[in-house]
Design a protein around this ligand. Sequence first.
Ligand SMILES: *Cc1c(COP(=O)(O)O)cnc(C)c1O
Length: 413
Amino acid sequence: MNTSLKAVPGGTKVEPNSHSAMMPTYARAELAFERGEGPWLVSTEGRRYLDFAAGIAVNVAGHAHPHLVKALTEQANKLWHVSNVYRIPEGEKLARRLTDLTFADVVFFTNSGAEALECAIKTARKYHAANGNPERYRLITFEGAFHGRTLATIAAGGQKKYLEGFGPAVEGFDQVPFGDHKAVEAAIGPETAGILVEPIQGEGGVRVLPPQCLRGLRELCDKHGILLVLDEVQSGVGRTGKLFAHEWSGITPDIMAVAKGIGGGFPIGACLATREAAKGMVAGSHGSTYGGNPLATTVGNAVLDLVTAPGFLENVSRTSLLLTQRLAELKDRFPGVIADVRGTGLLMGLKMVVPNTEFVAALRDEGLLTVGAGENVIRLIPPLIIGEAEVRAATEAIERAATKFAAKASTAA
Ligand SMILES: *Cc1c(COP(=O)(O)O)cnc(C)c1O
């Protein structure tokens, strides 16, 4: 085994993956980056890549965006962290802006998506406890869901591969098929606290819950006195061309988990709720040492400056339309490679005929970074600041890779 350090431009040294001191929980690509410039990443070997992975739908403003860099560095020179024992003006400002922009009245800040979900789940359970119904603690979730990797969120997601070997799953989640309204209604019982759903399943394979389905879930919740809890960790913060994906359906949830895009790359998450739904979350009921610290919430405010600027969301929708058209053309030209184009805004998926992992690797060779998802899908989740030039570059890379796969298939036949 070659264990010698490899010197790379900029002075960084990396060990071969096989010899890394990192716990091997990821099958990492043999690729590391030196710096980023907008939607582009430069590898430690000096190669440029167009980033349609964006840190898994995180870097909404691309890399090293001047407004975010300025906000972060100015705050870094003043104050990083004080704990939630004191008031944090930057956090209070971010919370007020989020509540002004959404259905919510109150916000709890976290450091990740899974923690935002933990807070959402606890808030839903506590609501019923505060109403004198502590037996109402169960949440209905959906097959193919992904809510994070903590013990409660792997139970909520219900995927065997994430649960196996980690002991008894956290109790209180009842899973039904995605979008099956009748199964949801049948699953509602005297112990049901609410319904937890992603408006678009990201990890699950870019599966869009039709707006009428989301409206149906809202009606069911109202009818049965239970809470609608949305996981917008991936679909939120402008990703679909609305600030939050549920806005396409016209309904509002009672509780919503947010993360990924809200920090633009700085780790921050948030659990948003109506004051009524959060009635049980009183002093002492929940907490986080880091959650919403001055550094994180300053960056969150800077991200909101960009996403709420006039024209930003319109650009997402315009770029999405263009990307969708190009992808549909490629699907028609390469039916033996691409089976389907799906998604909303810049949360797009290509359902592949060929193995998605192989196609992701082939795209990487062509200088385009993407991420796999369930159902043999590859996700195209670029920074939201991209435009026509990046759509062209990305679709040309897909065309080159698809041409090679199609050629391989015809020689094999
Ligand atoms: C990524 C993701 C999470 C988990 O977020 P982490 O920051 O990795 O904990 C939860 N829900 C959805 C929909 C996600 O995409």
